[in-house]
Design a protein around this ligand. Structure first.
Ligand code: ZN
Length: 458
């Protein structure tokens, strides 16, 4: 059995020194021994933390990062960004998607994400017809994850209409849509059969949003999926935009999160992505459901969505995790920092995400989002303990931003001090995929990405 030895490790109960970690061939932590001797374990000098699960990504959008940062119209908004996104997604091939996703997942690993939930809605060919193998685009995502080593929760997306009231999908949405729940569930089953025995890959499901999935279909798909797999995660975009909230109220009489709470059994399997616009009552009810609020602060800022009510949600014991979503930014640090700073700016106070048990904001956010992210991905990860996936990042304590810092103070400095990256090594599923800052397949991945971007002619 493989084993590693670390100088300092953040365990669930706190910091430990001289920790030996043994790992099963399937990539699970078999045993954790603190105050151990090094023996013949592989010694990785530094401070090991649980790797961060990234609970929301659209990989292909990485290719659009930075391309919508000019004013085309005085009222530029989420909706004008979406128009650009549709133009790009209309032409992308499976090979290009794989190359873009591999580069993205490589960047995620180096930044500290060790697993990712891919909210995947580009299913069909450029004309909108299903591929001969309906899972062609999903296979491209899984191949990218396998090449890089990142843990994957693949979430095929059900997308049926362009707006509330079962509006017909537009030409720009032709690659996303399924005519009925049955054909979508065939895709899900196919993926479960293909990857069900792979410990690196989990399969969940994602009804896109209340605007893109009619109520009857949403109830049908969640019920059918729950019977297929009783523990797998269900993700949905919700209450991201004020217009979406207004449209939902106009069509149903209820706000989006209110509608979900009233019509579905929200529980630990659910991840409500964004959940930006909540009333006080929704905030408390959502926290009580134990569903995850999937927060994507850099994308929500980039798209001008709004601010999630973090303080009251945490006060109600709400569960959170972070995602890179549009992948304009690929850094858990930046997500955590924006999450905290947005709250400071609006409340004119400091140290919002802290409590009596964990007063250090960096440590509190890292651990909360590791735990919440793991729940959202439906994986035992985000904590260094036996039975969990061996997903860790290792920091260089001699890096200038960390020099002389210990334990919680070191973690605060990692999150809040500067923009250079002190991560030297990353282990996913027990494999050392980043070693001294480099991935084994890095050059090939980068070259394929460059070729894909040039060919995409944006
Ligand atoms: Zn999204």
């Amino acid at each position: 059995m493989k084993s590693y030895f670390f100088d300092t490790v953040l365990l669930p109960g706190g910091w430990a020194r001289n920790v030996q970690l043994s790992v099963t061939p399937a990539g699970e932590i078999a045993e954790v021994c603190a105050d151990a001797r090094r023996g013949d374990s592989t010694h990785i000098a530094g401070v090991a933390l649980p790797g961060m699960p990234n609970l929301h990504s659209h990989a292909f959008q990485r290719a659009l990062a930075g391309l919508a940062e000019f004013r085309a119209h005085p009222s530029d908004s989420f909706w004008s960004w979406r128009k650009l996104m549709y133009e790009f997604v209309g032409q992308i091939t499976a090979e290009q998607l794989q190359a873009i996703a591999a580069q993205l997942y490589l960047e995620m690993l180096k930044a500290g994400y060790t697993s990712v939930a891919e909210f995947h809605y580009v299913h069909h060919d450029a004309s909108g017809r299903p591929y001969a193998d309906v899972a062609t685009m999903s296979h491209a995502i899984v191949a990218a994850a396998q090449l890089t080593g990142i843990g994957l929760t693949h979430l095929p997306v059900l997308y049926m209409s362009s707006g509330f009231g079962e509006q017909t999908a537009t030409e720009g949405q032709r690659r996303f849509t399924h005519a009925d729940v049955h054909s979508f569930l065939e895709l899900v089953q196919k993926l479960q059969q293909a990857y069900g025995s792979d410990p690196q890959v989990s399969i969940g499901v994602a009804p896109h949003s209340l605007r893109a999935v009619p109520a009857a279909a949403l109830l049908e798909v969640t019920s059918a999926f729950s019977q297929m797999d009783t523990n797998a995660p269900i993700h949905i975009h919700i209450a991201e935009q004020v217009k979406e909230v207004e449209d939902c109220v106009a069509h149903t009489g209820l706000r989006p999160v209110e509608w979900l709470l009233n019509n579905l059994q929200l529980d630990r399997r659910w991840c409500l992505v964004h959940a930006t616009h909540l009333t006080e009552a929704e905030t408390v009810r959502l926290a009580g459901s134990e569903a995850i609020a999937g927060l994507c602060p850099t994308t929500e800022a980039n798209l001008g969505d709004g601010l999630f009510p973090l303080a009251p949600f945490l006060d109600s014991s709400g569960r959170i995790g972070v995602g890179s979503d549009s992948n304009s930014s690929v850094s858990p640090i930046e997500e955590l920092r924006w999450l905290e700073y947005g709250q400071r700016l609006i409340s004119r106070r400091r140290n919002i995400a802290a409590d009596g048990t964990t007063p250090h904001v960096g440590r509190n956010l890292w651990q909360r989002c590791c735990n919440g992210g793991a729940q959202a991905l439906g994986k035992l990860t985000g904590s260094i303990e036996s039975g969990y996936r061996a997903d860790l990042v290792v920091l260089d304590p001699e890096h200038p931003i960390l020099a002389g810092r210990l334990q919680d103070q070191l973690l605060d400095c990692f999150v809040f001090s500067g923009n250079s990256n002190p991560i030297t090594d990353v282990i996913t599923g027990g494999k050392r995929v980043i070693e001294n800052g480099r991935h084994l397949h890095e050059q090939g991945i980068v070259n394929s990405f460059r070729a894909a971007i040039r060919a995409a002619s944006l």
